[in-house]
Design a protein around this ligand. Structure first.
Ligand code: TXA
Ligand code: MG
Length: 324
């Protein structure tokens, strides 16, 4: 069974007000939202996704002026980031207020917040007039949805309504920066390039992903199970033939001389544009996953701009299969 899909903001907002779950489009990926102040509604998010409760959620705001409701301290540096990049694909980790239920933050003293740029997300937030807690609208550990159809396929009747805002323009989750004190730290590369952030505020510490694996409370969402396809995925530089006797698919930024050797090919951006590649990434992973392959071979992209976030998602999809 699938949930109703539509563009009815009033219906979506009244479901949120009544403790329901609404999947909605943002410019990054679709979110699975509930009233952030309603712990019972938030608990339903964890159930619907099969998400462990130690993995905290992002709180979405309809306007930057709502921030004092959920964040107790906003440093001048955090304010500069907000002024420059909100609304947009930037999540800030800040000290939380008492109004935010512990379930939202998995007991952490901080809360992750962002103001999305998608008009339908903003319309929903403003109509509901409450902050909306929302993780990506996929089952835990799977690829994030970038269309309403992706949400329906994975969550079906576990969600009360899917607010269709079309395909997500950015296509990859928000960049997460911890600005709760001390040195600003990148917790997750995402839809806003690190270079753009550093141009404004100077150097940002980058936490080694493998160290985070051992300390899930630092950034719980960086578990290796994230972004996985069911088909095993390996990362390989160019010039390597697919393994003999296996039906392999190729995930690559641009065409290369070996594409004819693969049973299926996804080219993320024929002109090598990393923003276009990010927008196509998750849908391409889903198509390859559905193609009945034995193996997906992914080529890393240049490690700059949005390439950092693309490679991060590919590595996480690959780790799952080398670990399990
Ligand atoms: O683009 C996005 O960020 C999408 C859209 C829907 O906004 N959301 C998203 O949510 O990607 P999710 O749950 O898939 O990833 C959010 C991650 C968590 O897994 C966790 O790592 C991090 O945000 N997070 C949340 N609260 C945190 C906190 N207080 N401290 C550190 N990390 C936190
Ligand atoms: Mg997610």
């Amino acid at each position: 069974m699938t949930a109703a899909i539509g563009t009815d903001i009033d219906r979506a907002a009244s479901l949120i007000a009544g403790g329901g779950l609404v999947a909605f489009a943002t410019e990054t990926v679709y979110g699975l939202g509930a009233n952030a102040y309603d712990a019972r509604a938030v608990a339903r998010i964890f159930e619907a996704k099969g998400r462990p409760r130690f993995d905290p959620l992002i709180v979405h705001l309809g306007d930057a002026s709502w921030l004092p409701q959920v964040a107790s301290v906003v440093s001048p540096l955090a304010q500069r980031l907000i002024d420059a990049f909100w609304p947009g694909p930037l999540t800030l980790v800040l000290p939380k207020t008492d109004r935010v239920p512990d379930l939202v933050t998995a007991g952490l003293p901080t809360v992750a917040v962002r103001m999305p740029a998608h008009p339908s997300a903003l319309a929903l937030l403003r109509r509901a007039n409450v902050p909306i807690a929302a993780p990506s609208a996929n089952l835990f550990g799977h690829v994030s949805p970038t269309t309403a159809q992706h949400v329906a396929e994975q969550l079906g009747s576990r969600v009360d309504y899917i607010l269709d805002g079309g395909p997500c323009e950015v296509g990859i989750e928000s960049t997460i920066i911890d600005v709760s004190g001390g040195q600003p730290t990148l917790l997750r590369p995402g839809g806003l390039a690190l270079e753009q952030l550093e141009a404004l505020i100077g150097p940002i510490a980058v936490v080694d992903a493998t160290s985070l694996e051992n300390e899930p409370q630092l950034s719980p969402g960086r578990l290796s199970r994230h972004y996985a396809t069911r088909t095993p995925l390996v990362i390989a530089e160019g010039n390597e033939l697919p393994p003999a006797g296996r039906r392999a698919g190729l995930l690559t930024l641009i065409a290369d001389p070996l594409i004819n050797e693969f049973a299926a090919v996804e080219i993320l951006s024929s002109r090598g544009d990393l923003a276009e590649a990010a927008a196509n990434l998750f849908a391409a992973m889903r198509r390859l996953d559905a193609a009945g392959l034995d193996l997906i071979v992914a080529r890393p992209v240049p490690e700059s701009g949005l390439g950092r976030a693309i490679n991060d998602r590919l590595r996480r999809a690959a780790v799952r299969h080398s670990v399990n």
